[in-house]
Design a protein around this ligand. Sequence first.
Ligand SMILES: Cc1cc2nc3c(=O)[nH]c(=O)nc-3n(C[C@H](O)[C@H](O)[C@H](O)COP(=O)(O)OP(=O)(O)OC[C@H]3O[C@@H](n4cnc5c(N)ncnc54)[C@H](O)[C@@H]3O)c2cc1C
Length: 374
Amino acid sequence: MHVTIIGAGLGGLTLARVLHVHGIPATVFEAEASPMARMQGGMLDIHDYNGQIAVEAAGLAAEFRGLVLAGRQAMRILDQDGNLLFEKTDDGTGGRPEVQRGELRQMLLDALPEGTVRWGCKVSRARTLEDGRHEVTFGDGATVVTDLLVGADGAWSKVRPLLTAATPEYEGSAFVETYLFDVESKHPATAAAVGGGSMVAHGGSAEDGINAHRESGETVHTYVALSRSLDWFAAIDFTDPAAAADRIAAEFDGWAPELTALITDADTDPVLRPHYTLPVGLRWDRVPGVTLVGDAAHLAPPNGEGANVAMLDGAELGQALAAHPGDVEAALAEYEEAMFVRAATPVDDAVLLESLFGDDVPESLLALVRGEEG
Ligand SMILES: Cc1cc2nc3c(=O)[nH]c(=O)nc-3n(C[C@H](O)[C@H](O)[C@H](O)COP(=O)(O)OP(=O)(O)OC[C@H]3O[C@@H](n4cnc5c(N)ncnc54)[C@H](O)[C@@H]3O)c2cc1C
């Protein structure tokens, strides 16, 4: 068996690594030209109930522990005036250690045999051949034919159409992403407001807010969350970064300056990241020789689980293939059934809130975080 994986994100690379651990060869075709082609985004908290299980399956627990940034599980919740509503320190025992996404991806790349990932191979389409195998076509016209094709190619998967006609739709909200560098020296008030881990600032609604995270060194990474239509965002000229930042900051008029500075004083241009989703509960009939992992299978709004679940998908698919030598269909059926159930099951609010905040949080604050009217 040789597995053809499309996409070298966390899902595809975890699959390739777990297959390697079990002696099953794989090739990963990735659109980007190199591991450094693009900034890999910010911090990820990797959970003990999904992402860390995948790390264990990949045999990389020690390497993972070496990437964990101490103190980043601390959390602060502020109101729009900058008043502290809740604070949790990081005593090192939490179940959601934080790592840099780029370093986690590199850890997986370093654990694969040389040449496993083929960079600069962007898939343009995939089709089923008469003999049941699948043919993948790349942007330059080259093709690959495979017995087992796995789409780990994210939101806009080119493999997904082999299984379902579902396509992502705009969910109604977006992040605007900014970075502040050298916060201690250049933005001490903002550094103090964010603290050593993550900071969530809410106004009157749970939908709009400013979420910031202390990354490695003196960098603060911000997602400004706004529930607005795509037309509303389209009216903002993001090619004029200063005007775009001012327009976004205007939605937070009257908020504490140490919070709005995360938008107006940013060292990077604001980047719009609209949230698209696939239908919750999406499933498909088994198609021989092809399946999906991660966002390609169950794209959800950012809820802190996506990368974790993509890794768990990859790990479980790799383990299922190893557990059913000579019977790929049994492996795919077993993997998909568990994946469908997991993706259709909403994150349990109570479990999530307790894992984030512990069990001593005032009910009024929980209501705010849950989005309930006061
Ligand atoms: C703003 C934002 C913040 C988020 N924050 C978090 C968080 O804090 N915690 C968390 O767990 N999740 C978070 N997520 C979700 C998380 O990023 C995704 O769920 C996760 O990356 C999915 O992994 P994946 O491997 O399935 O797909 P991806 O990470 O999207 O990887 C897909 C790979 O496939 C490649 N590819 C795409 N198309 C092709 C093609 N045609 N041919 C070849 N290669 C292709 C891409 O270049 C990419 O390398 C966030 C998402 C967003 C948008």
